[in-house]
Design a binder for this molecule. Sequence first.
Ligand SMILES: C[S@@+](CC[C@H](N)C(=O)[O-])C[C@H]1O[C@@H](n2cnc3c(N)ncnc32)[C@H](O)[C@@H]1O
Length: 203
Amino acid sequence: MLDERIMEVLARLEAEAADERERGVPPKRRSRQVAPTTGRFLFSLVAPQADCEALEIGGSRGYSAIWLGAGVRHLGGHVLSLEIDSYAAARWRENVADAGLEGWVDLVEGDAFESLARIDDVFDLVFLDAEKDDYEALFALARRKVERGALIVADNVLSHEDALGAYSRARQSDPTLSSLTLPLDRGLELTVVLGPPTHDAPE
Ligand SMILES: C[S@@+](CC[C@H](N)C(=O)[O-])C[C@H]1O[C@@H](n2cnc3c(N)ncnc32)[C@H](O)[C@@H]1O
């Protein structure tokens, strides 16, 4: 549910992000959170699913995790968010607690490549929002953690088309997936897993 407490934290984080952009804080030190409409879109993907297990790769300060957490709270479920930066992780914990979502969203602090190797869960939705150069390798790891019918959503495919155009083309030409680019905010690649990867399909 999107209650007042959650909306207040989201609004505070939106104001903080706008202020950092205005002051020209370098990207590495900004939250780089998704746009509010992308957050609401993520909420809309998980809220209709009962017992939805969601994985987020690139948690930053918790903005998108809060949207996802509010969504899974609707019909049950859980969000696991992975974040490598210790300052961002500390802020993530504060913000998720402020939103009252501690029971719904957990953080694994550390490098997603190492964390994913230790995680055995199966997810219904994966949100990929880490460094662009890592998308292909992180997609391959995430794909091992999902089954038929899962959704894998990747952000920034239009804002960083040079780096991520190949990511979209690989998903769209893979017959074991159905994938399209949604022109929402920075561009989202929305991929449905139709079956297990074949040997020929890019992993
Ligand atoms: C674009 S920001 C994520 C924004 C967040 N999804 C939101 O909307 O609030 C990318 C984040 O991914 C983190 N990151 C980058 N590489 C990572 C890795 N290998 N493992 C875990 N986190 C990583 C960065 O520290 C950064 O906080």
